[in-house]
Design a protein around this ligand. Sequence first.
Ligand code: CA
Length: 245
Amino acid sequence: MIAPAPSLTPQSGLLIPGEPMDDRILIIEDEAAIADALLYALHTEGFATHWCALASDGMAWLQGNPVDLVILDVGLPDENGFELCRRIRRFSSVPIIFLTARKEEVDRIVGLELGADDYVVKPFSPREISARVKAILRRTRPAADAIGDDSWFHHEPQQRRIRYHGQWLDLTRYEYLILGALLRHPGHVLSRDQLMDAAWDDPGASLDRAVDTHIKGIRMKLKQILPELDPVVTHRGLGYSLKTR
Ligand code: CA
């Protein structure tokens, strides 16, 4: 269903040629009052939005439309939000913020390997959500691509994908975020803490923080394309850097 727009501004749903594209937020939430409050807050901030009240509708929308971030209610009538998140993660690394009504659900979000980027406990202020949405988008989408045309790498932040020697890399979400952070600073040593900050919202949270494991995964995938080259450089006791050419 198309969300009723409380304050329909020209940029809230339409794409104006020549203007930067709005970030597209998908809200999957069955309570209309909560969805309305979110839609209003996000429109005010200039986001384009789409609202689905059912998990099945949300999944269908995600599979057919570009979405930059998903706000996902845990308690949906047709499918648990956790389960939907797992299904989304099988094909997409789109950032996901959980809405949860109960504090106990937070433990599951944090403890399980669901691949959520953040969560907000109801009742919440819509402005709080807007702030988190902006923070996550800032983190996951670099403003500028620091690497040059002659680079071994080609980064498309809008599509959240990276090409290496002409081949698209099949990266997990964390691998993508870590490699993206290294690509933004070619040749610079980034510490594990800096890479954690780049890839995780709350480095103190018990979400997967094993930077080394993800680096290993990245190296393996790069070697599959070009076995003789290892562009990821380990700086003992300091961190990692990336050779881009
Ligand atoms: Ca609900």
